[in-house]
Design a protein around this ligand. Structure first.
Ligand SMILES: Nc1ncnc2c1ncn2[C@@H]1O[C@H](COP(=O)(O)OP(=O)(O)O[C@H]2O[C@H](CO)[C@@H](O)[C@H](O)[C@H]2O)[C@@H](O)[C@H]1O
Length: 469
């Protein structure tokens, strides 16, 4: 058995704002058959505390960044959890990172420094009955853990890995918070965690972790360029020898269609049209399930949308995020009967969209891996995606080569522009008008391996290489 402590700020099914939660929630189950015993350290937000109940305190700290805290060992949501119960940091209503007004909590640097601190203490041997061999940290919220571990417990028999799910979030804090974050002044250098005068929790992790991974091989390459590295490309180039990409998978038990063949899908398409108030149509029903942010390229979709509609296609969108994008999609829906939108977070509707759609759109400007195109493959909902990051690694384009070889599973477009997306809509609609070809692609898609098998083996091998004892 390899003992791994996974450190994350969100974890499905308990608390989720995006794909990080899916992955953090799926890894323990995917890795267990490979002899990995993973425990997940998660902040004790109110809904997490409600799910775990009283639990058993395995660690206490009278002063964790300004208040008393304990770590509770519990099982919930099928996970083996270590919950950081620190009411002064996490006992607040609202989303994990922001209050009811939508604004980030001003003490987010301290809140997640505390998470990293406790992770490092556990990795350093603080629990009497469990010593992890690997510390696996996710995103900036866990970024300080490898730094604290190296700083405070250099002799601990633990290897560390930091996984980048999205480099756009870098965990910046003003440089004058050093003492409050319990960081040493000599780390405040370009070779340390300093980032243009600020402290970056992500950079601390990138510098201090033994290994760095991201969630697809193509994104691992892209991260080394100024276009995608978002200022961290230099740090990553310096650590290129320990950086690799491991694709995300999908929990196949949770994401299994109730139909085995594409034919069975039709009734879900009808159900989806009814649910969203869409009329019957000649072209493909395209769906989107997404956070509405600049990353996801949905402004490009708005620009290219007339082409899809002109060809008889439709759009059904579920998302939440930037008010400007919501307003623009609402306007599009009011103008055209072939566009239907719902705002908010709704897992049941997300599933119906993926079950019933003909195609799923992911026109992202950058996409570390992307999960919805994987769900789409599994359900025979052909992905139309930007050729970038994990989207490039998981979809086989209906290019002449892909079609001739009989292996195509979707449509990719490049560059990531409205013009290229419009042309991709032309191709999608042309494919849709050839039912045999479309069916073949659906079959290919549904057979494409999107489970965790291969990636879990890659993580297990990575952990194996980090074992020090
Ligand atoms: N309104 C809504 N209602 C219901 N469900 C919704 C929803 N909006 C989004 N979702 C769900 O949230 C998840 C989003 O995951 P993604 O991987 O697509 O993107 P995200 O950018 O959040 O994740 C980041 O981390 C993941 C994990 O590594 C990477 O795959 C990705 O590239 C990276 O940007 C999916 O499970 C999706 O179905």
């Amino acid at each position: 058995m390899i003992r791994v402590l996974s450190v994350t700020s969100e974890c499905a099914p308990l608390v989720k704002t995006g794909g990080l939660a899916d992955v953090a929630g799926a890894l323990p189950g995917a890795l267990a058959p490979l002899g990995v015993e993973m425990r997940t350290l998660l902040p004790g937000y109110p809904r997490v505390m409600a799910a775990v109940g009283r639990g058993k305190a395995v660690l206490e700290d009278p002063d964790l960044f300004g208040g008393p805290a304990r770590v509770i060992a519990a099982r919930a949501g099928g996970l083996d959890l270590l919950v950081l119960d620190a009411p002064h940091l996490f006992g607040r209503e609202g989303a994990p990172y922001n209050g009811p007004d939508g604004r980030d909590w001003p003490d987010n640097p301290e809140r997640f420094a505390a998470l990293g601190w406790v992770a490092a203490e556990i990795a350093g041997g603080a629990l009497t009955d469990w010593q992890p061999q690997v510390l696996h940290c996710h995103d900036w919220q866990a970024g300080l853990a490898p730094w604290y571990l190296r700083d405070r417990h250099p002799q601990a028999p633990v290897g560390s890995v930091l996984t980048i799910h999205n480099i756009a979030f870098q965990g910046l804090a003003p440089g004058d918070r050093l003492a409050r974050l319990r960081l040493p002044p000599d780390g405040m250098t370009p070779g340390g965690f300093e980032y243009w005068g600020n402290i970056s929790a992500l950079k601390a992790g990138l510098v201090a972790a033994d290994r760095i991974t991201t969630v697809s091989p193509t994104y691992a390459d892209e991260l080394l360029t100024p276009e995608f590295g978002m200022g961290m490309e230099g740090v990553l180039r310096a650590r290129q020898d320990v950086l690799s990409g491991i694709l995300n998978g999908v929990d196949l038990d949770a994401w299994t269609p109730s139909y085995k063949t594409p034919a069975g899908k039709r009734r879900y398409t009808a159900r989806l049209r009814a649910a969203m108030g869409l009329p019957a149509a000649d072209g493909p029903l395209c769906v989107v399930v997404s956070r509405l942010t600049h990353q996801k390229g949905l402004d490009l979709l708005l620009e290219a949308l007339p082409r899809l509609l002109d060809e008889g296609g439709q759009l059904a969108l579920l998302g939440s995020g930037e008010p400007g994008l919501e307003a623009a999609f609402r306007t599009a829906a009011a103008r055209h009967p072939g566009v239907a939108v719902t705002f908010g977070y709704d897992e049941a509707l997300a599933r119906l969209l993926i079950e019933g759609g003909d195609a799923i759109l992911v026109p992202s400007r950058f996409e570390p891996c992307g999960l919805t195109q994987l769900y789409g493959l599994r359900f025979g909902t052909l992905p139309l995606v930007a050729y970038t990051g994990g989207l490039a690694d998981t979809v086989i384009d209906a290019s002449p080569a892909g079609l001739r070889a009989g292996v195509a599973t979707g449509v990719q477009f490049h560059p990531v522009s409205a013009a290229a997306l419009s042309r991709a809509f032309d191709r999608l609609c042309a494919l849709y008008r050839q039912p045999d070809l479309w069916l073949r692609m659906q079959r290919n898609a549904m057979r494409h391996p999107v489970g965790w098998d291969q990636s879990a083996a890659e993580y297990a091998a990575l952990y194996d290489g980090l074992i020090r004892t």
